[in-house]
Design a protein around this ligand. Structure first.
Ligand code: ATP
Ligand code: MG
Length: 416
Protein backbone atom coordinates (compact mmCIF):
# COMPACT_ATOMS: atom_id res chain seq x y z
CA UNK A 1 0.00 0.00 0.00
CA UNK A 2 1.13 3.54 -0.74
CA UNK A 3 1.36 5.66 2.38
CA UNK A 4 0.21 8.68 0.35
CA UNK A 5 -3.08 6.83 -0.29
CA UNK A 6 -3.73 5.85 3.34
CA UNK A 7 -6.46 8.16 4.65
CA UNK A 8 -5.06 8.19 8.18
CA UNK A 9 -2.27 10.54 9.20
CA UNK A 10 0.11 10.35 12.12
CA UNK A 11 -0.14 12.91 14.91
CA UNK A 12 2.68 14.38 16.98
CA UNK A 13 0.65 14.86 20.14
CA UNK A 14 -1.51 12.44 22.07
CA UNK A 15 -5.19 13.22 22.75
CA UNK A 16 -5.56 15.21 25.97
CA UNK A 17 -8.28 12.97 27.39
CA UNK A 18 -6.47 9.69 26.66
CA UNK A 19 -4.39 8.42 29.55
CA UNK A 20 -3.54 4.88 28.40
CA UNK A 21 -0.23 4.47 26.57
CA UNK A 22 -1.65 1.83 24.19
CA UNK A 23 -4.45 4.11 22.98
CA UNK A 24 -2.20 7.19 22.86
CA UNK A 25 0.29 5.45 20.57
CA UNK A 26 -2.35 3.72 18.46
CA UNK A 27 -4.23 7.00 17.94
CA UNK A 28 -1.03 8.93 17.14
CA UNK A 29 0.01 6.29 14.62
CA UNK A 30 -3.46 6.16 13.02
CA UNK A 31 -4.51 2.61 14.02
CA UNK A 32 -7.62 3.52 16.00
CA UNK A 33 -10.09 6.36 16.53
CA UNK A 34 -11.56 7.18 19.92
CA UNK A 35 -15.33 7.55 19.58
CA UNK A 36 -15.85 8.01 23.34
CA UNK A 37 -14.37 6.58 26.55
CA UNK A 38 -14.09 2.81 26.17
CA UNK A 39 -15.32 2.83 22.55
CA UNK A 40 -12.82 2.72 19.71
CA UNK A 41 -13.01 2.33 15.93
CA UNK A 42 -10.35 0.28 14.14
CA UNK A 43 -8.92 2.17 11.16
CA UNK A 44 -7.22 0.43 8.19
CA UNK A 45 -3.88 -0.17 9.94
CA UNK A 46 -5.60 -1.21 13.16
CA UNK A 47 -7.93 -3.61 11.38
CA UNK A 48 -4.96 -5.31 9.69
CA UNK A 49 -3.44 -6.02 13.11
CA UNK A 50 -6.75 -7.11 14.61
CA UNK A 51 -7.37 -9.51 11.70
CA UNK A 52 -3.92 -11.04 12.10
CA UNK A 53 -4.53 -11.62 15.80
CA UNK A 54 -7.91 -13.14 14.91
CA UNK A 55 -6.36 -15.47 12.33
CA UNK A 56 -3.69 -16.76 14.69
CA UNK A 57 -6.38 -17.56 17.26
CA UNK A 58 -8.58 -19.16 14.57
CA UNK A 59 -5.77 -21.40 13.31
CA UNK A 60 -4.97 -22.63 16.82
CA UNK A 61 -8.61 -23.27 17.76
CA UNK A 62 -9.33 -25.09 14.50
CA UNK A 63 -6.31 -27.31 15.19
CA UNK A 64 -8.07 -28.73 18.29
CA UNK A 65 -11.43 -29.19 16.62
CA UNK A 66 -13.00 -25.78 17.16
CA UNK A 67 -15.99 -24.94 14.92
CA UNK A 68 -16.51 -21.26 14.17
CA UNK A 69 -19.93 -19.62 14.26
CA UNK A 70 -21.42 -16.18 14.95
CA UNK A 71 -24.10 -15.49 17.53
CA UNK A 72 -26.29 -12.42 18.00
CA UNK A 73 -25.60 -9.38 20.13
CA UNK A 74 -29.30 -8.85 20.96
CA UNK A 75 -30.38 -11.11 23.82
CA UNK A 76 -33.84 -12.21 24.92
CA UNK A 77 -34.98 -12.32 28.51
CA UNK A 78 -36.23 -15.91 28.95
CA UNK A 79 -32.90 -17.66 28.65
CA UNK A 80 -31.15 -15.39 31.11
CA UNK A 81 -33.97 -15.63 33.64
CA UNK A 82 -33.59 -19.40 33.62
CA UNK A 83 -30.00 -19.06 34.77
CA UNK A 84 -30.74 -16.14 37.10
CA UNK A 85 -28.48 -13.72 35.21
CA UNK A 86 -31.05 -11.21 33.95
CA UNK A 87 -31.31 -9.25 37.18
CA UNK A 88 -29.07 -6.16 37.45
CA UNK A 89 -28.24 -7.21 40.99
CA UNK A 90 -26.59 -10.32 39.53
CA UNK A 91 -25.01 -8.81 36.40
CA UNK A 92 -24.35 -5.10 36.80
CA UNK A 93 -22.72 -4.31 33.45
CA UNK A 94 -25.56 -5.10 31.01
CA UNK A 95 -26.54 -2.56 28.38
CA UNK A 96 -30.32 -2.53 28.10
CA UNK A 97 -32.73 -1.66 25.34
CA UNK A 98 -36.44 -2.11 24.60
CA UNK A 99 -38.37 -2.97 21.45
CA UNK A 100 -41.15 -0.60 20.31
CA UNK A 101 -43.69 -3.10 21.67
CA UNK A 102 -42.10 -2.91 25.11
CA UNK A 103 -40.16 -6.19 25.01
CA UNK A 104 -36.97 -5.87 27.02
CA UNK A 105 -33.73 -6.84 25.29
CA UNK A 106 -30.10 -6.64 26.29
CA UNK A 107 -26.78 -6.48 24.49
CA UNK A 108 -24.69 -9.57 25.04
CA UNK A 109 -21.83 -9.42 27.53
CA UNK A 110 -21.20 -13.19 27.14
CA UNK A 111 -22.91 -16.13 25.38
CA UNK A 112 -23.26 -19.21 27.61
CA UNK A 113 -27.07 -19.01 27.67
CA UNK A 114 -27.82 -18.57 23.93
CA UNK A 115 -25.28 -21.17 22.86
CA UNK A 116 -26.46 -23.77 25.39
CA UNK A 117 -29.97 -23.14 24.08
CA UNK A 118 -28.83 -23.52 20.45
CA UNK A 119 -27.18 -26.85 21.33
CA UNK A 120 -30.49 -28.27 22.60
CA UNK A 121 -31.51 -28.40 18.90
CA UNK A 122 -28.57 -30.58 17.92
CA UNK A 123 -27.47 -32.70 20.89
CA UNK A 124 -29.37 -35.82 21.85
CA UNK A 125 -26.92 -38.72 21.96
CA UNK A 126 -23.43 -39.33 23.33
CA UNK A 127 -22.44 -39.66 19.66
CA UNK A 128 -23.09 -35.93 19.18
CA UNK A 129 -20.46 -34.95 21.74
CA UNK A 130 -17.98 -33.44 22.42
CA UNK A 131 -18.55 -30.12 20.62
CA UNK A 132 -16.17 -27.16 20.65
CA UNK A 133 -17.87 -24.06 19.26
CA UNK A 134 -16.45 -20.57 19.11
CA UNK A 135 -16.98 -17.11 17.69
CA UNK A 136 -15.36 -13.72 17.34
CA UNK A 137 -18.05 -11.34 18.40
CA UNK A 138 -18.63 -7.87 19.75
CA UNK A 139 -19.46 -7.83 23.45
CA UNK A 140 -21.00 -4.89 25.25
CA UNK A 141 -20.25 -4.15 28.89
CA UNK A 142 -21.16 -1.10 30.87
CA UNK A 143 -17.74 -1.03 32.52
CA UNK A 144 -17.41 1.37 35.43
CA UNK A 145 -13.84 2.39 34.55
CA UNK A 146 -12.64 2.68 30.96
CA UNK A 147 -9.21 4.21 31.36
CA UNK A 148 -7.09 1.44 29.90
CA UNK A 149 -7.57 2.29 26.23
CA UNK A 150 -8.44 -0.70 24.06
CA UNK A 151 -7.55 -3.02 26.94
CA UNK A 152 -10.91 -2.29 28.61
CA UNK A 153 -13.65 -1.33 26.21
CA UNK A 154 -17.37 -0.87 26.69
CA UNK A 155 -17.73 -2.42 23.25
CA UNK A 156 -15.01 -4.92 22.37
CA UNK A 157 -14.26 -7.96 20.26
CA UNK A 158 -13.96 -11.23 22.14
CA UNK A 159 -13.19 -14.76 21.07
CA UNK A 160 -15.33 -17.03 23.18
CA UNK A 161 -15.19 -20.79 22.87
CA UNK A 162 -17.44 -23.23 24.74
CA UNK A 163 -16.90 -26.93 25.21
CA UNK A 164 -19.79 -29.36 25.48
CA UNK A 165 -18.49 -32.61 26.91
CA UNK A 166 -19.92 -35.95 28.00
CA UNK A 167 -18.28 -35.91 31.41
CA UNK A 168 -16.10 -33.97 33.81
CA UNK A 169 -13.16 -36.12 32.69
CA UNK A 170 -13.73 -35.40 29.01
CA UNK A 171 -14.07 -31.67 29.77
CA UNK A 172 -10.92 -31.66 31.90
CA UNK A 173 -8.86 -33.25 29.15
CA UNK A 174 -9.90 -30.47 26.79
CA UNK A 175 -9.39 -27.84 29.49
CA UNK A 176 -5.76 -28.97 29.89
CA UNK A 177 -5.30 -28.93 26.12
CA UNK A 178 -6.61 -25.36 25.98
CA UNK A 179 -3.98 -24.21 28.48
CA UNK A 180 -1.37 -25.25 25.91
CA UNK A 181 -3.32 -23.78 22.99
CA UNK A 182 -3.51 -20.44 24.80
CA UNK A 183 0.23 -20.42 25.51
CA UNK A 184 0.91 -21.20 21.83
CA UNK A 185 -1.32 -18.27 20.85
CA UNK A 186 0.53 -15.90 23.21
CA UNK A 187 3.89 -17.08 21.88
CA UNK A 188 2.77 -16.48 18.31
CA UNK A 189 1.54 -13.02 19.32
CA UNK A 190 4.98 -12.15 20.71
CA UNK A 191 3.99 -11.97 24.39
CA UNK A 192 4.74 -15.57 25.37
CA UNK A 193 7.71 -14.72 27.57
CA UNK A 194 5.73 -12.24 29.69
CA UNK A 195 2.54 -14.31 30.01
CA UNK A 196 1.84 -16.58 32.98
CA UNK A 197 -0.76 -19.24 33.61
CA UNK A 198 -2.34 -17.80 36.75
CA UNK A 199 -4.53 -19.44 39.33
CA UNK A 200 -7.46 -17.40 40.54
CA UNK A 201 -10.72 -18.04 42.33
CA UNK A 202 -13.27 -19.84 40.18
CA UNK A 203 -16.23 -17.61 40.94
CA UNK A 204 -19.52 -19.41 41.32
CA UNK A 205 -18.65 -22.48 39.24
CA UNK A 206 -15.58 -24.06 40.73
CA UNK A 207 -13.05 -23.39 43.43
CA UNK A 208 -10.41 -22.26 40.95
CA UNK A 209 -10.15 -21.05 37.41
CA UNK A 210 -7.15 -20.09 35.35
CA UNK A 211 -6.28 -16.76 33.87
CA UNK A 212 -3.47 -15.81 31.56
CA UNK A 213 -1.75 -12.71 32.89
CA UNK A 214 0.78 -10.69 30.90
CA UNK A 215 3.24 -8.61 32.86
CA UNK A 216 2.91 -4.90 32.05
CA UNK A 217 2.72 -1.76 34.16
CA UNK A 218 -0.54 -0.92 32.40
CA UNK A 219 -2.27 -3.93 33.94
CA UNK A 220 -5.05 -3.61 36.52
CA UNK A 221 -4.06 -6.81 38.36
CA UNK A 222 -1.09 -7.90 40.43
CA UNK A 223 0.37 -11.38 40.22
CA UNK A 224 2.89 -13.31 42.24
CA UNK A 225 4.89 -15.34 39.76
CA UNK A 226 7.69 -17.86 39.62
CA UNK A 227 9.97 -17.49 36.60
CA UNK A 228 11.33 -21.02 36.89
CA UNK A 229 8.04 -22.92 36.84
CA UNK A 230 6.11 -20.31 34.81
CA UNK A 231 3.18 -20.39 37.23
CA UNK A 232 1.55 -17.44 38.98
CA UNK A 233 -1.25 -16.63 41.35
CA UNK A 234 -3.51 -13.58 41.20
CA UNK A 235 -2.64 -11.56 44.31
CA UNK A 236 -6.34 -10.95 45.00
CA UNK A 237 -6.83 -14.67 45.33
CA UNK A 238 -3.58 -15.53 47.03
CA UNK A 239 -4.18 -17.97 49.84
CA UNK A 240 -2.34 -20.78 51.54
CA UNK A 241 -5.12 -23.00 50.13
CA UNK A 242 -3.98 -22.54 46.45
CA UNK A 243 -0.23 -23.43 46.18
CA UNK A 244 -1.62 -26.72 49.08
CA UNK A 245 -4.42 -27.65 46.56
CA UNK A 246 -1.98 -27.71 43.66
CA UNK A 247 0.66 -29.65 45.56
CA UNK A 248 3.13 -26.78 45.40
CA UNK A 249 5.32 -26.02 48.36
CA UNK A 250 5.17 -22.20 48.54
CA UNK A 251 8.25 -21.91 50.68
CA UNK A 252 10.32 -23.42 47.87
CA UNK A 253 9.19 -20.71 45.39
CA UNK A 254 10.89 -17.35 45.16
CA UNK A 255 7.92 -15.41 44.17
CA UNK A 256 8.15 -12.05 42.45
CA UNK A 257 5.35 -9.48 42.28
CA UNK A 258 4.34 -7.55 39.15
CA UNK A 259 1.50 -5.56 37.61
CA UNK A 260 -0.25 -7.55 34.92
CA UNK A 261 -3.27 -7.70 32.63
CA UNK A 262 -5.63 -10.64 32.21
CA UNK A 263 -5.46 -11.40 28.49
CA UNK A 264 -7.55 -14.55 28.66
CA UNK A 265 -9.30 -16.91 31.02
CA UNK A 266 -10.68 -20.44 31.02
CA UNK A 267 -13.55 -21.71 33.17
CA UNK A 268 -15.06 -25.02 34.11
CA UNK A 269 -18.80 -24.43 34.10
CA UNK A 270 -19.92 -27.93 35.05
CA UNK A 271 -23.64 -28.61 34.59
CA UNK A 272 -24.89 -25.17 35.66
CA UNK A 273 -26.09 -24.07 32.20
CA UNK A 274 -27.07 -27.47 30.87
CA UNK A 275 -29.28 -28.04 33.92
CA UNK A 276 -30.90 -24.59 33.76
CA UNK A 277 -31.56 -24.77 30.01
CA UNK A 278 -32.21 -28.49 29.65
CA UNK A 279 -29.23 -29.59 27.56
CA UNK A 280 -29.04 -33.36 27.95
CA UNK A 281 -27.87 -36.39 25.99
CA UNK A 282 -28.47 -40.13 26.21
CA UNK A 283 -25.37 -42.08 27.21
CA UNK A 284 -24.40 -45.54 25.87
CA UNK A 285 -26.84 -47.17 28.30
CA UNK A 286 -29.67 -44.92 27.14
CA UNK A 287 -29.56 -42.91 30.36
CA UNK A 288 -30.25 -39.15 30.20
CA UNK A 289 -27.23 -37.07 31.32
CA UNK A 290 -26.46 -33.37 31.56
CA UNK A 291 -23.79 -32.01 29.24
CA UNK A 292 -20.63 -30.86 31.05
CA UNK A 293 -19.36 -27.42 29.93
CA UNK A 294 -16.45 -25.02 29.96
CA UNK A 295 -15.85 -21.54 28.55
CA UNK A 296 -12.71 -19.92 27.18
CA UNK A 297 -12.38 -16.17 26.58
CA UNK A 298 -9.81 -13.96 24.86
CA UNK A 299 -10.12 -10.23 24.27
CA UNK A 300 -8.71 -9.23 20.87
CA UNK A 301 -8.44 -5.51 21.60
CA UNK A 302 -7.01 -6.31 24.98
CA UNK A 303 -4.36 -8.48 23.31
CA UNK A 304 -3.54 -5.75 20.79
CA UNK A 305 -3.28 -3.15 23.56
CA UNK A 306 -1.13 -5.45 25.65
CA UNK A 307 1.27 -6.03 22.75
CA UNK A 308 1.62 -2.26 22.36
CA UNK A 309 2.13 -1.72 26.09
CA UNK A 310 4.62 -4.55 26.48
CA UNK A 311 6.75 -4.02 23.36
CA UNK A 312 6.72 -0.30 22.50
CA UNK A 313 9.61 2.10 23.14
CA UNK A 314 10.08 5.88 23.33
CA UNK A 315 9.83 6.21 19.54
CA UNK A 316 6.57 4.35 19.14
CA UNK A 317 5.09 0.91 18.59
CA UNK A 318 7.18 -2.22 17.92
CA UNK A 319 4.97 -4.92 16.38
CA UNK A 320 6.02 -8.56 16.39
CA UNK A 321 6.23 -9.78 12.76
CA UNK A 322 3.24 -12.09 13.25
CA UNK A 323 0.73 -9.26 13.74
CA UNK A 324 2.43 -6.28 12.09
CA UNK A 325 0.12 -4.46 9.64
CA UNK A 326 2.74 -4.95 6.90
CA UNK A 327 5.92 -7.03 6.68
CA UNK A 328 8.03 -4.15 5.33
CA UNK A 329 7.95 -0.39 5.55
CA UNK A 330 9.68 0.79 2.36
CA UNK A 331 11.48 4.12 2.64
CA UNK A 332 13.07 6.02 -0.20
CA UNK A 333 15.60 8.44 1.26
CA UNK A 334 16.03 10.63 -1.78
CA UNK A 335 13.89 12.92 -3.90
CA UNK A 336 16.13 12.33 -6.91
CA UNK A 337 14.08 10.75 -9.67
CA UNK A 338 16.45 7.90 -10.56
CA UNK A 339 16.44 6.74 -6.91
CA UNK A 340 12.69 7.27 -6.56
CA UNK A 341 12.13 5.24 -9.75
CA UNK A 342 14.24 2.50 -8.28
CA UNK A 343 12.16 2.46 -5.09
CA UNK A 344 8.96 2.33 -7.22
CA UNK A 345 10.35 -0.71 -9.03
CA UNK A 346 11.24 -2.44 -5.77
CA UNK A 347 7.72 -1.77 -4.49
CA UNK A 348 6.25 -3.42 -7.61
CA UNK A 349 8.62 -6.36 -7.28
CA UNK A 350 7.59 -6.98 -3.65
CA UNK A 351 3.92 -6.71 -4.51
CA UNK A 352 4.46 -9.16 -7.35
CA UNK A 353 5.67 -11.65 -4.77
CA UNK A 354 2.64 -10.96 -2.54
CA UNK A 355 4.83 -9.47 0.14
CA UNK A 356 2.95 -6.99 2.34
CA UNK A 357 4.64 -3.63 2.04
CA UNK A 358 3.76 -0.10 3.11
CA UNK A 359 5.63 2.28 0.79
CA UNK A 360 6.26 5.80 2.05
CA UNK A 361 6.04 7.54 -1.32
CA UNK A 362 5.27 10.95 0.21
CA UNK A 363 7.21 14.06 -0.65
CA UNK A 364 8.38 14.70 2.92
CA UNK A 365 11.75 14.87 4.67
CA UNK A 366 13.79 11.82 5.61
CA UNK A 367 13.36 12.76 9.28
CA UNK A 368 9.57 12.73 8.98
CA UNK A 369 9.66 9.38 7.16
CA UNK A 370 11.78 7.73 9.85
CA UNK A 371 9.79 9.26 12.71
CA UNK A 372 6.53 7.96 11.19
CA UNK A 373 8.02 4.54 10.44
CA UNK A 374 9.24 4.25 14.03
CA UNK A 375 5.85 5.36 15.38
CA UNK A 376 3.86 2.94 13.17
CA UNK A 377 6.18 0.13 14.25
CA UNK A 378 6.48 -2.24 11.29
CA UNK A 379 9.39 -4.45 12.40
CA UNK A 380 11.44 -4.25 9.19
CA UNK A 381 12.21 -0.96 7.45
CA UNK A 382 13.46 -1.42 3.90
CA UNK A 383 15.64 1.48 2.78
CA UNK A 384 16.44 2.58 -0.76
CA UNK A 385 18.95 5.41 -1.04
CA UNK A 386 21.79 6.78 -3.07
CA UNK A 387 24.08 4.50 -1.05
CA UNK A 388 22.14 1.33 -1.88
CA UNK A 389 21.78 2.25 -5.55
CA UNK A 390 25.56 2.48 -5.84
CA UNK A 391 25.67 -1.22 -4.92
CA UNK A 392 23.25 -2.23 -7.64
CA UNK A 393 19.69 -1.76 -8.84
CA UNK A 394 18.33 -4.44 -6.52
CA UNK A 395 20.35 -3.48 -3.44
CA UNK A 396 18.46 -2.55 -0.27
CA UNK A 397 19.16 -2.02 3.40
CA UNK A 398 16.97 -3.55 6.08
CA UNK A 399 16.74 -1.70 9.38
CA UNK A 400 15.37 -3.57 12.35
CA UNK A 401 12.79 -1.37 14.15
CA UNK A 402 13.44 -2.98 17.52
CA UNK A 403 17.18 -2.43 17.91
CA UNK A 404 18.14 -0.27 14.94
CA UNK A 405 20.57 -2.84 13.52
CA UNK A 406 20.93 -2.91 9.74
CA UNK A 407 21.71 -5.57 7.15
CA UNK A 408 22.40 -5.22 3.44
CA UNK A 409 20.55 -7.36 0.95
CA UNK A 410 19.03 -7.77 -2.44
CA UNK A 411 15.35 -7.39 -3.11
CA UNK A 412 15.41 -10.51 -5.29
CA UNK A 413 16.38 -12.58 -2.26
CA UNK A 414 13.43 -11.45 -0.11
CA UNK A 415 11.07 -14.32 0.51
CA UNK A 416 7.49 -14.26 1.74
P1 ATP B 1 -11.82 -8.33 33.78
O1 ATP B 1 -11.66 -8.94 35.16
O2 ATP B 1 -10.57 -7.75 33.26
O3 ATP B 1 -13.00 -7.40 33.72
P2 ATP B 1 -13.43 -10.52 32.99
O4 ATP B 1 -13.18 -11.49 34.08
O5 ATP B 1 -14.67 -9.69 33.05
O6 ATP B 1 -12.16 -9.55 32.83
P3 ATP B 1 -14.28 -12.36 30.98
O7 ATP B 1 -15.68 -11.99 31.19
O8 ATP B 1 -13.90 -13.71 31.40
O9 ATP B 1 -13.31 -11.27 31.61
O10 ATP B 1 -13.88 -12.12 29.45
C1 ATP B 1 -12.95 -12.92 28.73
C2 ATP B 1 -11.83 -12.08 28.17
O11 ATP B 1 -12.34 -10.95 27.48
C3 ATP B 1 -10.89 -11.48 29.21
O12 ATP B 1 -9.90 -12.40 29.58
C4 ATP B 1 -10.30 -10.30 28.47
O13 ATP B 1 -9.26 -10.71 27.60
C5 ATP B 1 -11.46 -9.85 27.62
N1 ATP B 1 -12.19 -8.72 28.21
C6 ATP B 1 -13.04 -8.73 29.27
N2 ATP B 1 -13.55 -7.52 29.49
C7 ATP B 1 -13.02 -6.71 28.54
C8 ATP B 1 -13.19 -5.33 28.20
N3 ATP B 1 -13.99 -4.57 28.91
N4 ATP B 1 -12.47 -4.85 27.14
C9 ATP B 1 -11.67 -5.63 26.41
N5 ATP B 1 -11.48 -6.94 26.66
C10 ATP B 1 -12.15 -7.47 27.71
MG1 MG C 1 -15.00 -7.78 33.65
Amino acid sequence: MLLSQLFTKTRKEALKDEVAKNAQLLIRAGFIHKEMAGVYAYLPLGLRVLSKIENIIREELNSVGGQEMLMTALQKKELWEKTNRWDDKVVDDWFKTTLKNGTELRLAFTHEEPLTNIMTNFVSSYKDLPIYAYQFQTKFRNELRAKSGIMRGREFLMKDLYDFSRSKEEHEKFYEKMKEVYMTIFKRLGIGDQTYLTMSSGGSFSKYSFEFQTITDAGEDTILYDEKTGVAVNKDDDSEDIFADFGIDRSSLDLKEARSVEVGDIYSLGEKYSKALGLTYKNEDGKEQYVYMGSYGLGLGRLMGTIVEALSDEKGIVWPGSVAPFTYHLLCLSKESRIKNQADKIYDQLRGKNIEVLYDDRDVSVGVKFADADLIGIPKQMIVSEKTLEKGTEAIEIKNRKDGTTTQGNVGDIEL
